[in-house]
Design a protein. Sequence first.
Length: 409
Amino acid sequence: MRRIAVVGAGQAGLQLALGLLAAGGYEVTVVAARTPGELRAGPVLSTQAMWGAALRLERAAGLDRWAGEAPQVWSVDAALVPEPGFRALEFTMTLDEPAQSVDQRLKLSSWLELVEERGGRVEYRELDRAGLRELARANELTVVAAGRGELSGVFERDAARSRFDAPQRRLTALYAHGVGAPDLAAGPRARMHAVPGVGELYLQPALTLSGPCDILLWEAFPGSPFDCFDDRPEPAEQLRRMRELMGAYLPWEAALWADAEPTDAGASLYGAVTPVVRRPVAELADGVAVLGIGDALVVNDPITGQGANGAARAADAYLRAIVGRGGEPFTAAWMADTFEDFWRQHARHGVEFTAAMLTMPEHLQAVFAAAATHEPVARRLAATYVEPSEFADWLATPELAAAYLASLS
Ligand SMILES: Cc1cc2nc3c(=O)[nH]c(=O)nc-3n(C[C@H](O)[C@H](O)[C@H](O)COP(=O)(O)OP(=O)(O)OC[C@H]3O[C@@H](n4cnc5c(N)ncnc54)[C@H](O)[C@@H]3O)c2cc1C
């Protein structure tokens, strides 16, 4: 049995640990800061929309336990709101397979219990750097999946791959019951509204601890009218302010939220993320190396929903690399190659797509405008959220986008 430790019980760490346990031949230890009970009783952690490509991996591993209950989202309605109360551009991005969002409090607490059911060991403690060194000495491979936690600071920032040094949006999210549907016959749909210079608003049907719900995610330009949640109000006050903003900017959404109520006392989330890419290997004292994964290495603003999806894709890529290693040692060079392969094939595209959506260069604006009149453009945009490597083929430069748009007429 090869001994492998995973620090952090999020999407990346748990999916990897569960994959190793299913593969067999590994003694797996997971270090988790919170117990399943603490997770379920705590605040929401993300809006965690998972696209089809990542969900396929979860399903293949027997980890999607909620497909029957969670709303299946087949389309995303997009609108440009150039001035309060007015929609200038509208189109629907249809997905080839449904997306789904399962409250991470529900999903991760269940996966954590599954680790133990599958014969893994879980240690409930918050690991510090000294503890990480000890753990790394006792295991053949230690993977740090500590998300945006302090421990991920063991990995150096990769300046060449990190475009931003401050958050590009201020974030707030709320889970609610009782939200109306824009079109009952059309089934669950996600919606996104972009208000230039002010922010973006995302709405998505999801599954939480108390059943189906809707999640509202505000991406506010710092200092804009959407950036008004710094004092982190309780869910009821947060909802009141959100209704007021929707009433002013998006009255058609405000009408749907007239009877909404927060799902629970932990229904609110506040924050801001600085997008960053870190070097994948940290050499601790005594030449012991550890490998990072997920948000520990690559943090994206949630505007494109690449974080949890990227973590799922990384867990799958690392699992294949670990199993493919057979009985060979997990050297620092192997760790670096493992991440580099993943970076080239997947992560860098998510980072570039997300940076483009945060900054909206002119050629991307032209593509969104074309999507309002050309269904194939909208469909290709949808496919790029699901598989961000598409970005390199048609959106990465003004020339690529122009050539594609020219090919339509
Ligand atoms: C507002 C918001 C909305 C989002 N929406 C989406 C979305 O719709 N779709 C999407 O794909 N992504 C989304 N994301 C991003 C997504 O939530 C993350 O990218 C993803 O959860 C990262 O997974 P991870 O496993 O790398 O880290 P995490 O999920 O952060 O897990 C890390 C775990 O490590 C634990 N930990 C940390 N330090 C220690 C320590 N020292 N010892 C022990 N344990 C430790 C933490 O408690 C945590 O459980 C969103 C993020 C935000 C902030």
